[in-house]
Design a protein around this ligand. Structure first.
Ligand SMILES: C[S@@+](CC[C@H](N)C(=O)[O-])C[C@H]1O[C@@H](n2cnc3c(N)ncnc32)[C@H](O)[C@@H]1O
Length: 277
């Protein structure tokens, strides 16, 4: 671990529930946990994957955060696209290294980071956002991840996201100069973006729309039909994940007890269309 990179500290609490804390390492800083503290200087210089003891005796596993852990723990403005949903969306969009994709809105920047990784150094992500506080937060979260990555991995994370502060429904002129391999819409009223983005979405390209409830899906499909927008709805899916808890049993004749954990992750509906024009 080096100063300036991100470290994830993980400890187990009562009933084996994990507590994850994210910090940017700085020589003078201290990581506070509910039952004590661990100075960053004890972490700097260690290899990721070590278990260290905080004052108060708690054992902390220190490692580098994965991208999904980072987006779940980074500062948040609007709700992020959840990593479990992002995996499904990326699969539906079928994007590749080198592709050009458009997203709206940037929000807290979670989806932008996953898109950045998927299209790689030769690809391009255009990320539109109407609110300047969200635009700035998305840029900041992206910048922090990139700089920590560079220190921890000694190689550059692609600088391939263009954050654009603009209402997507007024971006028709911008669309004339690009060809989009795919589009993802994560905004309250995606209907207003479709007439604009379809102008540059390549024929057969995918537009994935991330929606929180099924009535929004119906409104969207209704708008596509009434306005005769050139999209075909291919599929609508809900992504559910169920976590399991597997713990050593207290009774000697049973090695482990396994059961679904009580906590269920949030779910979502998504629609997927294909450009016909
Ligand atoms: C749920 S958030 C997006 C979260 C983001 N995908 C992430 O993973 O962090 C929705 C965002 O869309 C933005 N938005 C809403 N209408 C918009 C429009 N017409 N043009 C651009 N951005 C818009 C909102 O300001 C908000 O920041």
């Amino acid at each position: 671990f080096r100063a300036g990179e991100l470290a994830l500290a993980e400890m187990r609490r009562k009933h084996n529930t994990p507590l994850k804390l994210l910090c940017r390492l700085a020589a003078e800083a201290v990581l506070s946990i509910p039952s004590g503290a661990l100075p960053h200087r004890d972490i700097i210089g260690q290899l990721p994957g070590q278990v260290l003891r905080a004052s108060g005796g708690a054992r902390l596993l220190l490692r580098r955060p994965s991208l999904d852990e980072y987006v779940l723990l980074m500062p948040r403005g609007p709700t992020i696209a959840y990593p479990k949903d992002v995996s499904a969306i990326l699969m539906m969009m079928d994007i590749h290294p080198g592709d050009t994709v458009l997203e709206t809105g940037s929000g807290s920047g979670a989806m932008s980071l996953f898109l950045s990784r998927a299209v790689g150094p030769n690809g391009r992500v255009l990320s539109y956002e109407i609110r300047d506080d969200h635009h700035n937060l998305a840029k900041k979260n992206y910048r922090h991840w990139r700089s920590a990555w560079e220190i921890g991995h000694m190689e550059e994370w692609p600088d391939n996201v263009e954050f654009i502060l603009k209402d997507i429904s007024t971006a028709a002129a911008d669309m004339r100069s690009v060809t989009l391999d795919a589009v993802v819409l994560d905004m309250l009223n995606p209907q207003c973006a479709l007439p604009v983005v379809h102008l540059s979405l390549k024929q057969g390209g995918v537009c994935a729309v991330y929606l929180a409830n099924i009535t929004q899906v119906i409104d969207l499909l209704d708008r596509i039909r009434r306005c005769k927008l050139p999209f075909l709805c291919e599929k609508i899916i809900e992504v559910t994940h169920r976590s399991w808890s597997v713990l050593p049993a207290k009774l000697k004749h049973l090695p482990y007890i396994a059961r679904p954990s009580h906590w269920q992750e949030a779910h979502s509906g998504e629609t997927l269309g294909q450009s016909l024009s």
